[in-house]
Design a protein around this ligand. Structure first.
Ligand code: NAD
Length: 357
């Protein structure tokens, strides 16, 4: 599969321009583009610019509203309900985590529930924002509806769940916060999209075909197949828990999948001294890293390191995009009459991506 290597600022500028052309303000374009390119930078290509063509289709089909700003539906000292008005979910989640941090500065904790929200992308982005500000950040997304979805419930034959991810970010006081960021399906659905776009198989036990026969061919998933939950019944339980938490603000419309998103920000200073806490977390994680590695493994890593290392590498060496996705991006650029060469990169685009030595 032919790959194209781009600097992050270019992919940011192209995504921003496409969103702007479909009704987003310049500010929304920057926020969404940065979250998408951030997913590529951290190694989660499944939630990066690969998604732009799908978002463009949803916008042109009138399902998603590129220019919609979220509004507050309900608010207390420690809670928020946001209506995303079917705008880019990335924007709603971004506004949510920043509002939650501001509230948690004074009220110690803030939980957020959402209504009318679109796909929010890589959850770790929001958990990381909180952790970098010195807060614990928790985010989850959960959707379910019997026999209508793409992830098998434990013991089930047809999909009844979304990939229902959970992220937890915890500050370490340095550049590498602890970051748990996983789908409760054995892998994010977007990773199947990545495998399909590169024409490579997926590992065994990830998916079954439409007849419930295990397969490694990602095309079978898109031809009526299903994903499994991780850890059998345990992942299933986590997945349902994400649905129940995501349902706090109520989405009980008929035929509507149950659940959606939930977020929480915790002010560590309400419990203990932040600096001491962070030092303790770093020392603990470093101690875990001293665990003797298994044969054939160089070192034991802790969650968050993978993203940090990949980001450092890709800021320096660029982001690879498969030809199939590149083609689709260029087609949308053509549709909107957006130039697809480097001239679209502004200094504002570049400012999001510091150069690394
Ligand atoms: P994954 O299997 O790639 O696991 C990622 C997690 O594992 C991270 O916490 C990472 O730091 C950690 N990790 C990676 N290598 C490690 C190692 N060697 N040692 C210790 N920890 C390690 O994740 P996934 O389940 O495929 O999910 C990928 C992305 O998809 C996530 O960013 C998630 O938020 C996103 N997602 C989003 C949605 C949505 O609806 N918005 C749905 C599903 C998944």
């Amino acid at each position: 599969m032919q790959m194209h290597t781009y600097e992050p600022a270019y992919l940011h500028a192209l995504s921003r321009r496409l969103f702007e052309s479909s009704g987003a303000t310049n500010e929304i374009g920057h926020i969404v583009a940065n979250i998408l390119v951030g997913a590529n930078l951290t190694g989660h290509d499944s939630h990066g610019v690969l998604r732009v063509p799908t978002y463009m289709r949803r916008i042109s089909d009138g399902i998603m509203n590129a220019g919609a700003e979220p509004t507050t539906v309900r608010e207390s000292v420690t809670t928020l309900v946001l209506d995303g008005h079917q705008g880019p979910g990335h924007l709603t989640a971004y506004r949510a985590v920043h509002k939650a941090i501001e509230k948690a500065r004074t009220s110690e904790i803030c939980s957020v529930s959402f209504t009318q929200i679109e796909h929010i992308g890589r959850l770790g982005h929001y958990a990381e924002i909180a952790a970098r500000e010195g807060f614990v950040g928790i985010a989850m997304v959960g959707r379910g509806s019997s026999n209508k979805m793409k992830v098998l419930p434990f013991g089930g034959k047809k999909g009844s769940l979304g990939t229902n991810p959970i992220a937890i970010g915890i500050p370490t006081g340095d550049e590498v916060p602890f970051l748990l960021d996983v789908a409760t399906s054995v892998v994010a659905e977007g990773k199947l999209q990545v495998a399909r776009s590169k024409n490579v198989p997926v590992p065994e036990n990830y998916i079954v075909d439409k007849n419930n026969v295990p397969t490694t061919d990602p095309n079978e998933f898109y031809d009526g197949g299903y994903l499994r939950t991780f850890g059998e019944h345990k992942g299933y339980a986590f997945s349902l828990a994400a649905c129940l938490m995501g349902q706090l603000a109520g989405n009980y419309g008929e035929g509507c999948p149950f659940g959606y998103a939930f977020m929480q920000v915790i002010n560590i200073n309400a419990f203990t001294d932040l600096i001491g806490y962070q030092e303790g977390i770093r020392a603990f994680l470093d101690d875990i890293k001293k665990s003797e590695p298994a044969d054939g493994v160089d070192e034991v890593q802790v969650p968050g390191e993978f993203e940090h290392r990949t980001r450092t590498h890709r800021l320096k060496h660029g982001i690879e995009i498969p030809d199939t996705i590149n083609e689709q991006l260029l087609e949308w650029a053509n549709t909107f009459n957006v130039s697809a060469d480097d001239s679209i990169i502004t200094n504002e685009d570049k400012a999001y991506y510091p150069s690394v030595s």
